[in-house]
Structure formats: C-alpha cells, structure tokens
Design a protein. Structure first.
Ligand code: IMP
Length: 428
C-alpha cells in the first residue's frame, strides 16, 4: 500500500503515534500535511518516549525521510529547538525535508493568538496559543511569509515591513501593545534562523512523487483530528487547517488517486481539549476515572481533557468525511474497570432521533446522547495480543463498534507499551 493516510477521527489525542510506530517500519517517507506545533505526538521507540510537536514521527527511524509539507505552519525557532533536543538524544535529523512553501509562524502571530483569545473572554476558543490561527489567516489573506522567504534577504525584509506595518497598528490601536521592529526581526531571523533552516528546505512535492513513482511507501500523518477540521469540525471551536484525509492531498501536493489506504484512529471513548460542543461529555466520577486512567492531560499544554463515552454518530460522519478504509481503536484497556460501557448510537434532538450528525450546529448543542449499554469485561487487557486473547465482552464491544460505524477495526491498543496491541490477522 504505497500511500497511507493516518487521521484522527474525534477531537485529537487519539494516540495516533502508536499506530504510526507500528507501521513505520514499512514506510520510506512520513509526511506531515497540516497544523504546526499545536500537535503533541508521543511515540515510544525502543522503550524510549519522545514527545514531538512539529517534526513528523518518521524522524525517529533511520530508514525514513521525515517531511514537513507545504500545508504545515512552521515556527522555525521551535523547529530548531526540537531538532536540537532530539540530536542531543542521539537522533539524527539531517534527513528532514521542509517545504519551501510552508508558512512561518512569527512572534507576532503568537502574540495575536494570545490577545485575540483574551479579547474573546468567555467566548474564547481555547487555542493552544501557538500562533496557528493567525498564521493560517495571514496565508489566506496573502500576507504570510513562507519558509523559502528566509533564503532571500530582500524579500524577507520587504514582507516583514509590509506585514508589520499593519500588525503593529492592530497591536497598538486595538490591544494597546508595543509592536515589533521589522528590521530587527529580519536581522535576527537572517542571522540565527535562516542559515540553520536552509539545509532542510526542499521541493517536498517532488520528493513525495518520486517516492510514490518508485513504489515506496509514504505515510501522511495527520495532526489534530476530524472534528477540529476548519471546514468540517465544530466551527468556530476548531483548528485553522484541514486535518481530514483530503487535507493530505492539499498539504502535501498529491492527487486523491494516489491514496490507497486511509486509517482512522479513534479512542475507545472520547476526549476533547478546549471549548466547543461534545454531546457525550461526562461531568461525573465516570469521566474523572477515564481522565485518571487514560492520563488525559495535554502533552504540551498540560490541560485536562474533557472525557466522554464513544460517540458512534460522530464516527459515522468521520467515516464519510475521510473515506476511511479501516479503523484503529486505541486505549481499549482504559475501559477495563467498568462494569458496563456505553456507546452513543444516536442523538435525541428535541424529541427526534438522529443517527447522523445534524447539519445545523445548534442542534448538536441540543443533542442528548442515546446510549446502548454493553457489559464491561472487568479484566486486565494488557497481555492481549490476538483477538482471541480478548474477553468475550471486549470482543462484543469491538464488534458493536464495527457494526455501528461500518468499517472494520484492524488494530486495537491494549496498553501504553510498544507491543501492547491486537492486530487483525488479515490486516495489511
Ligand atoms: P489551535 O489549533 O491552537 O488554534 O486551537 C484550536 C482548537 O484546537 C483548540 O480547541 C485546541 O485545544 C484544539 N487543538 C489544537 N491542537 C490540538 C491537538 O493536537 N490535540 C487536541 N486538540 C488540539
């Protein structure tokens, strides 16, 4: 399967890193196609845990070329710090390829992200405050600055002067803040950042196509997830890019015909960070237990994630939006202690039963989950390696999810360790 997309199907933090690690050995390229350092991927390789924000997980494997595609927004200072910290741990990052078309996050984007959130008050989005939204906004407004601009002093100075002319006015007049000096910023980026970024800047579109033409395996690694998608998520409580599978085509420069396999990752329950609707959210001790057992705190931001039962209505929609060919369920073991487990199979919206996501978002806010309650297994799953090792109630739970969602489950995570998973025997 030369071209595989791995995409989150809920609100992020589904544990994409584990599956990525499992299939990495078959891959030649791992490409990030959207988002920036708002992501937090934890990958355990050879017993060592790595928390990556911006670098594709492929960087951890000697045989893989890690690629940052054109759709990603790059804070070059963060990128260099991440490279330095990995290299200090003996990871060689020299194979990294960064698209010259990727847009750059500057300090004024981060400052604006913070100020906009503060200004929104109780209506804030709960962003990661990493400057992601303001950077994508500048890209769409055509005042963004790209990675390749770091390599052209004249262009970088001109663009910074033009964009800061406007941003400084906004900072001063709207937010009563000091602005940024464009020449000082250009000097700093040209002397400290550009020379170190230059060796990585590549024509990543050609790199991906050459790999695909040679029949080599390419993994497109989504960050965030389906319901944080700018177009299809719970707007405005979304990120500013397109994590859905289609985003891989745009953010890496490949046509849809090239994609062979699309794996959706879903937790056996759901979590969400930041604001926005979440029909199955739990505010009781069951929710606390999910957070506790699942260590549901942001990898980078440390925020407590909001917990809830598995939502099959949302998953059905994720199957459609991403054309999922299969599903990987992570963290099934977190449910080990519950006498019963619930799955939301429909929403009751003002007395009407909906099995598909309502088109109007006000309806989603009013949605009351209709649950099916299944027997729990109350058994430690940490040793399970094959479907047959799973207790009958856990198998029933998985079969129920497959039936509800309509795609096969080919991978089940049963613990944090690298080898703690059950893979369907006939899975590719
Ligand atoms: P932004 O991406 O920083 O603009 O944040 C927008 C929304 O996406 C907020 O609700 C964040 O909590 C959420 N978000 C961004 N990145 C992640 C992630 O990697 N995991 C989970 N939620 C995320």
């Amino acid at each position: 399967m030369p071209a595989t997309i791995v995409v989150g199907t809920q609100w992020g933090d589904e544990g994409k890193g584990k599956l990525t690690d499992l299939i990495a050995k078959e891959m030649s390229l791992v490409v990030r196609y959207q988002g920036g350092h708002n992501a937090g991927h934890t990958i355990v390789v050879d017993g060592e845990s790595f928390a990556l924000q911006l670098l594709p997980s492929g960087v951890l494997y000697d045989h893989i070329v890690p690629v940052i595609g054109n759709g990603v927004v790059v804070d070059p200072v963060v990128l260099l710090a991440e490279i330095d910290s990995l290299e200090a741990r003996g990871i060689d990052c020299s194979r990294l390829a960064v698209s010259g078309n990727a847009h750059l996050i500057f300090p004024y984007h981060q400052e604006l992200d913070r100020l906009i959130e503060r200004h929104l008050g109780k209506n804030k989005l709960g962003t990661t405050k990493r400057g992601i939204g303001p950077t994508y906004a500048d890209k769409a407004s055509r005042v963004g600055i790209r990675v390749q601009d770091l390599l052209d002093e004249k262009i970088l100075r001109e663009k910074l002067r033009a964009v800061l002319g406007e941003k400084n006015l906004i900072l001063a007049k709207v937010y009563n803040r000091l602005g940024f000096d464009p020449d000082e910023m250009a000097d700093r980026y040209l002397s400290e950042v550009a020379p170190r970024i230059a060796p990585y800047v590549s024509d990543t579109v050609s790199l991906v196509h050459e790999a695909l033409e040679a029949g080599r395996n390419v993994l497109f690694e989504g960050a965030q997830a389906t319901f944080l998608d700018l177009d299809h998520g719970t707007y405005p409580f979304v990120t500013s890019s397109n994590p859905i599978a289609g985003g891989a085509c745009v953010g890496a420069g490949v046509g849809p015909r090239h994609i062979d396999r699309i794996v959706g990752i879903a937790k056996a329950y759901v979590t969400r960070v930041g604001s926005g609707p979440m029909p199955t959210e739990l505010f009781d001790e069951v929710g606390d237990l999910l957070v506790d057992r699942g260590h549901e705190y942001g990898v980078n931001t440390k925020r407590r994630r909001r917990p809830g039962w598995f939502d099959a209505v949302m998953l059905r929609h994720a199957v459609r939006l991403n054309s999922l060919s299969e599903l990987a369920i992570t963290k099934l073991d977190i449910l080990d202690v519950f006498p019963t487990v619930k799955v939301c199979v429909a929403y009751d919206i003002n007395g009407t039963r909906h099995t598909h996501l309502p088109y109007h978002q006000s309806d989603l806010h009013a949605a009351v989950p209709v649950y099916e309650e299944l027997p729990g297994w109350e058994t430690d799953l940490s040793g399970a390696r094959e479907r047959g090792d799973l207790p009958a109630a856990a198998r029933t739970y998985l079969e129920f999810l497959e039936e509800q969602v309509g795609v096969p489950i080919t991978f089940v995570g049963t613990g944090p360790g690298r080898d703690q998973y059950v893979r369907r025997a006939d899975a590719a």
